[in-house]
Design a protein around this ligand. Structure first.
Ligand code: URA
Length: 195
C-alpha cells in the first residue's frame, strides 16, 4: 500500500492510458488528507487540465457554493477528486478502458483517506462507484452503505448549470448530506460554531 506521497508521485507520472498523450496536467485531488467526506466527479475539464486542480471552472464555482451552503469547504473539510485524473478530449465521457486504467488511484486514495461518506457527483461516478445501472434522475439523494462507507450521489454541478430546475432537489440532497455528516462524522463540523 503506497503512502500519499508515493501515490501522488505515481499518478502524476502515469502513462496508463491514452489520456496521458493529450493532458496538460494530471488532476490528482485536493483537500485535507484526513477528510471524512470524499467527493468524486467525472474527470478534469479544460480549466482543471490547465491548473491541475479539480472543479475550478464554472461547475467548480457552483460546487463551492453548494458546499458552502452546508458548511463544507475544499481547503478545510472535504477531499475532492475524479474517476479519471486526466482530461478526456472535448470533455467527452471517460471511456471504460480509461476508467479501468485510473480507478486504482481512487481506490488507494479512498484506502488512505478512510472517509465516512462518499458523494458521487453525477452519473459517471455513481455508475462506477455505487451500481453499474444507477439511475441518477431516480436515485439521487438515496444512501447505500458499502464496506462501512455511506454513499450517495447528487446531480453533477454541470447538469445544474444546464438545467436549473434540478436545483431544488439538489438543495434537499445537500441538507440530507449535512444530516448524515452530523450522524456519522466526528470532526467535519467541529471547527464550526453550533447552529
Ligand atoms: N467536472 C468534473 O467532473 N470534474 C472536474 O474536476 C471538473 C469538472
Amino acid at each position: 500500500m503506497p503512502d500519499w506521497y508515493e501515490l501522488e508521485s505515481a499518478c502524476l507520472d502515469c502513462r496508463g492510458c491514452a489520456l496521458a498523450e493529450t493532458r496538460t496536467n494530471v488532476v490528482f485531488g485536493v483537500g485535507p488528507r484526513d477528510a471524512e467526506v470524499l467527493l468524486v466527479g467525472e474527470g478534469p475539464g479544460e480549466q482543471e487540465d490547465l491548473t491541475g486542480e479539480p472543479f475550478v471552472g464554472r461547475a467548480g464555482k457552483l460546487l463551492d457554493d453548494m458546499l458552502a451552503i452546508i458548511g463544507l469547504d475544499r481547503r478545510s473539510n472535504v477531499y475532492i477528486t475524479n474517476i479519471v485524473k486526466c482530461r478526456p478530449p472535448q470533455n467527452r465521457d471517460p471511456l471504460n478502458v480509461e476508467q479501468d486504467a485510473c480507478i486504482g488511484y481512487l481506490r488507494n486514495q479512498t484506502a488512505l483517506l478512510r472517509p465516512k461518506l462518499i458523494v458521487c457527483l453525477g452519473r459517471i461516478a455513481a455508475t462506477r462507484l455505487i451500481r453499474e445501472d444507477y439511475k441518477i434522475t431516480r436515485e439521487h439523494g438515496q444512501w447505500v452503505e458499502k464496506k462501512g462507507i455511506w454513499m450517495t450521489a447528487i446531480y453533477h454541478p454541470s447538469a445544474l448549470l444546464r438545467d436549473p430546475r434540478k436545483r431544488p432537489e439538489t438543495f434537499e440532497d445537500l441538507k440530507a448530506i449535512q444530516a448524515k455528516i452530523r450522524e456519522t462524522c466526528t470532526h467535519t463540523y467541529s471547527e464550526l460554531p453550533a447552529l
